[in-house]
Design a protein around this ligand. Structure first.
Ligand code: HEC
Length: 206
């Protein structure tokens, strides 16, 4: 066979080899890039969603006496509920881990430093399907008392904070709003300024 005859075959084989190889390499590369991009996309989404979460709490301004929003109080435990007939509102009272421990050990007079009691207040409404059932409606406010005997000595050892409505606007005109809280809690000074007496929760470790 003449060498010049075999050249076109060789050329064609090389040509196809190059084409097939480059398509394969390209495919693998794109596949790899796509997987990598997907990874980064998921990571970015995760970062953004966690930012959104902390961002929401971060956006709540401190109360006017400088006390910071204490976080998701619904993750604490329910201490009690109340219904104020003179204010037409329902209340759920929560306690942080230190409050829960104090309740369990019966050491609530005085409450230990670090205790936070939180209260959410809703206007009362009447259940559409059972008119005599009083149920929560719109939020009035969310408020807290945090115990630090030394830091808050001027207000009986408790730091008071309150945010109004669903958008959690800090309550009051200035830092002096806390005097209003302190004054109304003074009748129970002998119970460390706390009205709530936790009821029993049978079948639980509370
Ligand atoms: C008009 C009186 C009055 C004023 C003013 C008042 N409180 Fe109270 N507070 C009460 C009463 C009564 C209770 C118990 C009944 C209930 O659950 O609402 C209570 C309960 C609480 C509780 C649950 C712990 C407890 O003592 O039982 C918190 C927290 C609280 N108040 C925070 C505040 C804050 C913060 C302010 C000020 C921004 C404030 N309070 C102002 C009367 C008042």
């Amino acid at each position: 066979m003449d060498r010049t005859d075999s050249n076109p075959h060789l050329f064609l084989s090389i040509f196809f080899f190059v084409i097939v190889t480059s398509i394969t390499v390209e495919y693998i590369l794109f596949h790899y890039i796509a997987i990598t991009m997907k990874k980064y996309l998921i990571l970015t989404l995760l970062i953004f969603s966690s930012c959104g979460h902390t961002g929401k709490e971060g956006k709540i301004p401190p109360s006017l006496n400088g006390i910071a929003w204490p976080g998701d109080y619904t993750k604490w435990k329910l201490v009690s509920v109340s219904h104020r007939l003179d204010h037409h509102s329902l209340r759920a009272i929560y306690g942080n881990a230190i409050a829960q421990k104090a309740i369990k050990e019966g050491k609530t007079n005085p409450w230990p430093d670090g205790t936070i009691l939180g209260k959410i207040v809703w206007w009362e409404s009447f259940a559409p399907d059972w008119n005599a059932a009083v149920v929560p409606e719109n939020v009035v406010h969310v408020e807290f008392m945090e115990k630090d005997a030394e830091k808050y000595a001027k207000t009986g050892g408790w730091g008071y904070s309150r945010w109004v409505g669903n958008d959690l606007t800090p309550y009051g005109k200035d830092a002096n709003f806390e005097q209003e809280c302190f004054a109304c809690h003074t009748p129970v000074a002998s119970k460390d300024y706390v009205f709530t007496a936790p009821p029993t929760f049978p079948g639980t470790d509370k």
